[in-house]
Design a protein. Structure first.
Length: 205
């Protein structure tokens, strides 16, 4: 889904658009600003919108790597060496530190930079990580947004509620209720997802 498609859904929710209609350029631009304001507001309320993103890191035999993109949690990781893909399960600090398992990965969840460690340390290939990241702003209307289940509905409903007054509309009670319900749902999902994130560095490598 792109930001434009999400905006179109929100405008249909408040009957600004009929099925098959598209917004004007100015309507899209105004709604795009509102969309990023919703994301910023969620972030200040400690409810970041989680997006799924592919993060890659070249392997050169180092004991650790500082990632250029900070993941809130790494969902899965695979080492790709010349087309041969090997899974690297993501362990907690304690499980990584005990040294009992090999071919594993640890992420320290550090802020502002996250450091990862792999055992054994690959000397070549590319590490491909599917990770949850916080969406604080969307770049353009055409930007593709990859959201976990539940987040798309919550974001569409929240944007519709945000946009309604600009068009002289009052968000209907059912939309307000759906927005509150979906936000509560993603708050629960976020606790489940981020509650599993390791927060302490391993004591040994």
């Amino acid at each position: 889904m792109t930001a434009q498609q999400l905006i179109n859904q929100a405008l249909r929710k408040i009957a600004v658009l009929a099925n098959g209609e598209t917004p004007s350029t100015s309507e899209s631009d105004d709604a795009f600003v509102a969309l990023n304001q919703v994301l910023l507001n969620w972030s200040t309320q400690q409810l970041p919108c989680l997006g799924l993103q592919r993060i890659t890191q070249s392997m050169v035999g180092s004991a650790s790597y500082v990632l250029s993109t900070r993941p809130l949690r790494i969902k899965s990781a695979n080492l790709n060496v010349g087309g041969v893909v090997v899974e690297y399960p993501v362990l907690s600090a304690e499980a990584f530190a005990d040294g009992k398992r090999t071919q594993v990965l640890y992420s320290d969840g550090g802020y502002p930079n996250t450091t990862i460690r792999l055992r054994p340390a690959p000397t070549s290939g590319t590490l491909e990580m599917d990770a949850y990241v916080a969406l604080t702003a969307i770049a353009t209307l055409g930007t593709a947004i990859n959201l976990p289940p539940g987040y798309e509905r919550a974001l569409v409903n929240a944007l519709a509620v945000e946009l309604a007054p600009e068009y002289g509309r009052t968000a209907p009670p059912e939309l307000l209720a759906a927005s509150a319900e979906s936000i509560s749902g993603i708050a629960d999902l976020q606790r489940k997802v981020l509650g599993e994130m390791p927060i302490a560095p391993p004591t040994s490598a």
